[in-house]
Design a protein around this ligand. Structure first.
Ligand code: DGL
Length: 285
């Protein structure tokens, strides 16, 4: 980070794990001069098959920690997780009315704009698809397209572990469950990646569904929304910097950030050190 006197507070970004890096990538492209602090709650991932109370509690702990650090206190928060947005964003906004908080939800509207057949597959976690927030979103758009919703148990976890064999097996299983994919009448021609982990399986998915089927996520719109919510932008004198923290195995986040973002920074090597900031827990098998 630049010297404290001139440093602009970072934007906090968190997810259950490495998935939110897909949002961080879009944020860095849209806001290259801002500083970011990314928290992967990998020690408590996945969120998608947990109850909403658990996810809400984790979202509250992380938000409080991000606001509490005098060195790092954030200027805005991006909840880079569809599951946590659905479970917690309204309550986080209630808890912290002064903080701009931006969430992510499955990209149903962009998918409607792209689809020609009007049949849209939605891949997301069970937690997202069962949430009231998603049901309300879907109900409001039901006249405009037919949504085939597919809970993808285990897929975020496989991506988290970078288990490419399991990723491919689950992508096969879930795309088959969605039904006929293609650009012909009655076929699903657009696939919403409604979990921030899934863009990291887009190569496997695209190979399975063929080049005609569009994969859609909400990274770029979330980044644009974040820009609109900031009260000021960082000066363009220097590129922004990014700190990474994990509540789980730091190597998972470090490798993922390097692999997907070309970001080669040590996880937890920040002013207060991840061990002091975040409770660490070994991964569950
Ligand atoms: N990346 C998260 C999402 O967008 C959830 C993955 C998980 O922890 O299950 O929903």
């Amino acid at each position: 980070m630049p010297e404290a006197a001139q440093r602009k507070p970072p934007i906090g970004v968190f997810d259950s794990g490495v998935g939110g890096l897909s949002i961080l990538k879009a944020l860095q492209a849209e806001l290259p001069h801002e500083n970011f602090i990314y928290v992967a709650d990998s020690g408590f991932a996945p969120y998608g098959e947990r109850d909403q109370g658990f996810v809400l509690a984790r979202a509250r702990v992380i938000t409080r920690q991000l606001l509490r650090q005098p060195e790092l206190a954030i200027q805005a928060l991006v909840v880079a997780c569809n599951t946590a947005t659905a479970a917690a964003i309204h309550l986080l906004r209630q808890d912290h009315p002064e903080l701009p908080i931006i969430g992510v939800e499955p990209a149903l509207r962009p998918a409607i704009a792209l689809s020609r057949t009007g049949r849209i597959g939605v891949m997301a976690t069970r937690g997202t698809l069962n949430s009231q927030k998603f049901k309300t979103l879907q109900a409001g758009l039901a006249e405009q397209a037919q949504f085939i919703c597919q809970p993808c148990d285990g897929l975020a976890d496989a991506i988290e572990r970078h288990d490419t064999e399991q990723m491919t097996a689950l992508c096969v299983q879930y795309t088959q469950a969605i039904g006929r994919l293609g650009t012909g009448p009655g076929e699903v021609d657009t696939l919403v990646l409604g979990c921030t982990h899934y863009p990291f399986a887009s190569q496997q998915l695209q190979a399975l569904v063929g080049p005609g089927v569009r994969l859609v996520d909400n990274g770029a719109p979330v980044a644009r929304q974040t820009r609109r919510m900031l009260s000021s932008l960082a000066p363009e004198s220097a590129p922004g910097e990014c700190l990474l923290f994990s509540t789980g195995d730091p190597a998972i986040l470090q490798n993922a950030a390097k692999r997907w973002l070309g970001l080669d920074v040590p996880v937890g090597a920040a002013p207060c050190g991840s061990g002091a900031l975040w409770e660490r827990r070994p991964r569950r098998d």
